[in-house]
Ligand binder design. Structure first.
Ligand code: ATP
Ligand code: MG
Length: 554
């Protein structure tokens, strides 16, 4: 294998660890979600980083559910997380773990720490414990039970486990250093009482380990070599190392490495806030196409490739920053430009009667499926006497710069003919209801043999064979680029009232008939769209994934 040229500081550290002969040349990472919500694009970055990094070094990655808090965790979330990781294209093979798999071992290790005089029971309230912790510049105050005997602590810990104590009456703390400059080292909590059934262990436990106590040990027992996590855990690292140091029975140690989390403009990424959007009905569900969740992006028409590319492009750093959502949109455009089948769809139909076209006759014109990929071939598109164009492609009194259809003007219908508008038909209120045009039969395919030019090419759908469909247009969910960043205002105040626009009366060419949910298309001139699972036999529903160009900065 060629030597790996590191692309970021994490790869650099792994290269160094391998060069130093650590971990018998193993590279083993894990993705450790807490099953308390659906995964979002930030998690996707972490997934790509963990699975991508191990793969680069010929290593492996575990999926581990960090299910130490029974109160907020649900099987629904476990299932969705597995689906999303797989969909992104990653495979944990047989290495599916739960922190709850280690509840027995964690308990035994806690007993061991108590016996070594390195953990004790504290009966004080949370408030008192916090108060006694002090501040980074003021040392903490010892708990009255800090020096109680291992026998005493052990007896109480067993009683805690046996449910002899009520919630909130006592906790188990590690006995480390009440004057450490790192607040996390000032006798952190290891266990608390929670009389709640757990999604996997049921009623077996009423004491549950804290995240900090469970995480490093889980890494250790699984043989994780590089425990990649987000920056807020940097200050927890000495504690992570302390527990592992107490636990270790070999030279092997997992190494925690922190990177900055992904933030994206015009959305929120906290699970609590995403849950609130769902529970309070601001969006339809977790997979609403406006959500930054992986299932939302999937439903919106994003592909796994586009998300993996995005994760690559944002890179890995230690600097907190905000990524413009335009970069994510760029990635899906790039991908779909290569892959998406082109079709024509008219979203705001204006009827055209081609007066010189034979009655009751139809024909087919040939269209290119994807100009970026010859292998995708060509298709036949029906053409008939009545067709539809976009209402905005016609102006009765055109301004100087309007080159599309207008009275007396000629345009090209893509892949079909030149047409000229001769008459505008209106209803009693003066609304335009249809146009009467003539076509030039000599221009079949879209070119005039006499070499005359037209300034505009329009997409269209012929009435013959047209399928009626609904098109859902999405805009940013929030009007502010940083809805979370206002001290005096709640993020909900920035919800965009126009984030969803439904166009219920659209026509699309018959080619899309039978397309399976989530299939991607480019609607010529309009953008990339995909088939929504809400589609029925009578009406296909499309989501606009993204427009053809970035219009957001206009
Ligand atoms: P919680 O507040 O519930 O802990 P969380 O977003 O940290 O939320 P986890 O389920 O703990 O959720 O995250 C799983 C993994 O994904 C962790 O390793 C975490 O660091 C990483 N992760 C979470 N959010 C982001 C993000 N925005 N960018 C990059 N990685 C993230
Ligand atoms: Mg977390």
């Amino acid at each position: 294998m060629d030597p790996i040229v590191p692309k970021n500081f994490i790869q650099q550290q792994i290269v160094e660890d391998l060069a130093a002969g650590k971990n018998n040349n193993r590279v083993h990472t894990r993705f450790p979600p807490e099953p308390n919500g659906y995964l979002h694009i930030g998690h996707a970055k972490s997934i790509c980083l963990n699975f991508g990094t191990s793969k680069l070094f010929g290593g492996i990655t575990n999926l581990r559910f960090d299910d130490t808090n029974p109160a907020k965790e649900e099987t629904e979330y476990v299932d969705s997380i597995m689906e999303d990781v797989k969909w992104l294209g990653f495979d944990w093979e047989e290495r599916l773990y739960y922190a709850s798999d280690y509840f027995d071992k964690l308990y035994d290790f806690a007993v061991e720490l108590i016996k070594r005089g390195k953990a004790y029971i504290d009966f004080q309230s949370q408030e008192v414990i916090s108060e006694q912790r002090g501040t980074p510049t003021r040392p903490g105050v010892d708990s009255p039970t800090r020096n109680s005997s291992p026998e005493e602590n052990l007896r109480i810990f067993e009683d805690m486990k046996a449910s002899l104590y009520e919630e909130g009456t006592c906790v188990l703390r590690a006995k480390i250093d009440m004057s450490s400059s790192n607040m996390h080292m000032r006798d952190p909590l290891m266990y608390r009482i929670l009389k709640q059934p757990h999604h996997r262990t049921g009623d077996k436990w009423c004491i549950y380990p804290m995240y900090d106590y469970a995480h490093g040990q889980s890494d250790y027992w699984e043989g994780i070599t590089h425990s990649i996590c987000t920056l807020e855990f940097e200050v927890h690292r000495p504690l992570y190392d302390w527990f592992v140091e107490e636990l270790k029975d070999s030279d092997y140690r997992p190494r925690q490495i922190e990177f900055s989390r992904l933030n994206i403009t015009s959305t929120v990424m906290s699970k609590r806030k995403l849950l609130q959007l769902v529970k309070e009905g601001y969006v339809k569900d977790w997979d609403d196409p406006r959500m930054p969740t992986i299932c939302g992006l999937r439903r919106r028409g994003y592909t796994p490739d586009s998300i993996r590319n995005f994760a690559d492009m944002v890179g890995v750093t230690k600097v907190d920053g905000v990524t413009d959502v335009a970069l994510l949109e760029y990635c899906i455009r790039e991908d779909l430009n290569k892959k998406a089948q082109r079709v024509m769809c008219v979203t705001d139909p204006l009827k055209i009667v081609i007066t010189n076209y034979p009655e009751n006759s139809t024909e087919e014109v040939e269209a290119i499926n994807n100009p970026e990929d010859e292998n995708m071939g060509k298709r036949k598109v029906p053409f008939s006497k009545v067709i539809y164009i976009e209402r905005e492609d016609f102006m009765e009194e055109p301004s100087n710069k309007f080159y599309r259809l207008a009275p007396g003007k000629e345009v090209r219908l893509r892949y079909a003919y030149f047409i000229r508008c001769n008459e505008v038909i209106k209803d009693d209120e003066g609304n335009i209801v249809e146009l009467h045009c003539t076509y030039d039969p000599e221009t079949k395919g879209g070119n005039a043999p006499d070499g005359r030019k037209v300034k505009a090419t329009l997409h269209w759908v012929a009435e013959s064979g047209a399928l009626s469909c609904e098109v859902r247009l999405y805009d940013r969910l929030f009007t502010d680029p940083d809805p979370d960043g206002h001290k005096d205002k709640e993020f909900l105040e920035f919800l965009n009232p126009d984030s969803l626009k439904v166009l219920g009366n659209c026509y699309v060419e018959p080619f899309v008939k039978g397309a399976t949910p989530l299939s991607n298309f480019q609607f010529e001139r309009l953008g990339y769209f995909n088939v929504d699972p809400d589609s029925t036999a009578d009406k296909i529903v499309f989501n606009r994934t993204v427009s053809l160009k970035d219009n957001s900065k206009k």
